[in-house]
Design a protein around this ligand. Structure first.
Ligand SMILES: Nc1nc2c([nH]c(=O)n2[C@@H]2O[C@H](COP(=O)(O)OP(=O)(O)OP(=O)(O)O)[C@@H](O)[C@H]2O)c(=O)[nH]1
Ligand SMILES: [Mg+2]
Length: 316
């Protein structure tokens, strides 16, 4: 008999929570003996029962498994993953406040780890995009057109802490772009910003930048993910998102979500389509296009990683 295709195989619906403590560490748990994938590490949570919302399941599971009551949580990312013998859909939340001290109620080991060191533990394979999401900030700042290096340097301290900063400067040739990047990098990194370059990927290592950004045209032409610490890509729909995911990119930027002054006439996805695409992307997705920083919380209700923008971050 032919085996069921992944699309026809039933999906196990799961809610999982990433508790974040005041030092930015996240709680992981070791799956106990007797459960599927015993010994591997995961984010606490479990199966969504009939009639339950993902958030209701999360509250119940975190109470049952680690004895805490959630006080504040927000959606993080949704993932579908095919293990060879089962298919899971994870509805993943960041848990920012809770009552009680987490303790393993099913004899499972617990550990508080930083997002950087989490992969020292054998984590369930489905969780790779959750780890990417935990390692990325919610702000992705693009430099505005024709900004001078001096005004960029003086504005850096006003950017959100730990933001990604993409140096755009399309008017510069590669040589001048590299010179500008080299002059901005030390100051930006000293402030905790992560600098993203969008020219040849080899420039990232040569200058000691943090990440590479592919335009959508560039993404279409790529055969493999460049060997840089972090790869992001611009996408405008399902094809680009699928490609970014297949190439192993760490995150995508999706737009335009709303009409935007900087790209008049560009196709607008609208909120519900952006939300649908984001929740099916299987990787962290920043929204771009006509968004302001005060919309961050509502954007994240749609499981977006955060906002990418030009205007939102720079005074007019
Ligand atoms: N909780 C949790 N489950 C995950 C993660 N990643 C992942 O692939 N899963 C999968 O999602 C499913 C969760 O089921 P579970 O066994 O924890 O369910 P549960 O807590 O309701 O347990 P029970 O069925 O023994 O009562 C498993 O197939 C597990 O492998 C994760 O990070 N957290
Ligand atoms: Mg569980």
């Amino acid at each position: 008999m032919a085996s069921a295709t992944s699309a026809s195989r039933p999906c196990i619906e799961v809610a999982a929570g990433c508790l974040i403590d005041t030092q930015g560490r996240v709680l992981i748990a070791q799956r106990p003996i007797g459960k599927i994938a015993a010994g591997q590490w995961e984010f606490p949570g479990g199966k969504i029962e009939a009639g339950e919302s993902a958030y209701e399941a999360l509250r119940r599971e975190l109470h049952e498994e680690i004895g805490i009551d959630i006080e504040a949580a927000q959606p993080l990312i949704r993932i579908v993953h095919d293990y060879s013998e089962r298919r899971v859909r994870l509805d993943c939340w960041k848990v920012l406040r809770w009552r009680g001290e987490p303790a393993g109620r099913e004899a499972q080991a617990l550990a508080w780890v930083t997002p950087q060191t989490i992969t020292d533990y054998p984590i369930l394979a489905a969780d790779a995009p959750i780890i990417s999401a935990l390692r990325l900030p919610s702000d992705y700042v693009f430099t505005p057109p024709r900004m001078t290096p001096a005004s960029l340097l003086s504005a850096l301290p006003r950017l959100p802490a730990a933001a990604l900063l993409r140096l755009r400067f399309p008017e510069l040739d590669d040589h001048d772009y590299a010179t500008l990047a080299a002059s901005v990098l030390p100051a930006a990194q000293a402030l905790g910003l992560r600098v993203v370059l969008d020219r040849a990927p080899e420039m990232v290592a040569r200058l000691g930048a943090d990440a590479w950004h592919a335009t959508d045209a560039c993404l279409r032409d790529l055969d493999e993910r460049p060997d840089v610490p972090l790869c992001l890509a611009s996408t405008h729909g399902a094809d680009g998102l699928r490609r970014a995911r297949a190439l192993g990119f760490d995150a995508a930027v999706l737009g335009s979500v709303s009409a935007t002054l900087s790209h008049p006439g560009s196709a607008v996805l609208g909120l519900s389509e952006a939300s649908r695409l984001t929740q099916a992307a299987n990787l962290p997705v920043y929204w771009i296009g006509g968004l302001q920083r005060d919309q961050l919380a509502s954007v994240q209700q749609h499981y977006a990683q955060g906002i990418a923008a030009i205007r939102a971050y720079w005074p007019a």
